[in-house]
Design a protein around this ligand. Sequence first.
Ligand code: FE2
Length: 282
Amino acid sequence: MLTSDQRQQFVDDGLLVLPEVLPLAEMVSLRSRMAEIVDAFDPDEHRTVFSTTDRDQRRDQRFLESSEKISFFFEEDAVDDDGALTVPMDQAINKVGHAIHDLDPTFDRFSRQPLFAEIAADIGFVEPLLLQSMYIFKQPRIGGEVVWHTDHPFLWTDPPSVVGFWVALEDATLENGCLWALPGHHKRGPKERMRRVEHRPGEIGTRMEVLDTAPFPTDEGVALEVAAGTVVVLDGLLPHWSAPNTSDRSRHAYTLHLIDGKASYAEDNWLQRSPELPLRGF
Ligand code: FE2
């Protein structure tokens, strides 16, 4: 799939943009499948009365459980203290994750298509495992910023092996909050590490450990304006960011994160799978 120049570029930059390698029809069918999933979601079913004090704990718990579910995440302030949506669903939803690729047949087929397997093999995966999937909505006018970060700290393996495939389901532009990246900066070490911790007996949450306080040189950021059907391949240590969506057009994207089964996966990563839903490859 990839030329030797492209493989070298990924080594040098930690980034590879593959413009419009997926047919538009496939992007449309993925978007309609997600619209069905959203339609079937009943916010009332998930409404739980919880006080402000245990709100963080509930949020943590929902996040941890999403490792083997199709879970809905909402924009800040779109949910009140009783767990009820304060705005219509299409303005409230931020993303869906993190096991769509294993639980929904349409996303399973899409995620395990030969193109992705070939890219993974070309960039050096020995035993690729599909760890995490996210459908990101970046809604018109309310889609929030995703701050500069790298993915490895959240999906830690030794040696680092995580790679993200970011698929533009719609055109991504400066106006609707396209990705930005710092090509070449994947060669620096991780700045943080998220660990699963027990805050109090029986109360599992996460904690972010700071490893390096130097800020990312964000003025060197490069905007990745891409057309629908484009696949962006991101090294797990490549810093990336996306701005809020201030336009009246959505910016849907689907992301898939792979790790190599040859690397050791940290036991205190937030994302853990039970034996009933083991990680699978392509
Ligand atoms: Fe990311």
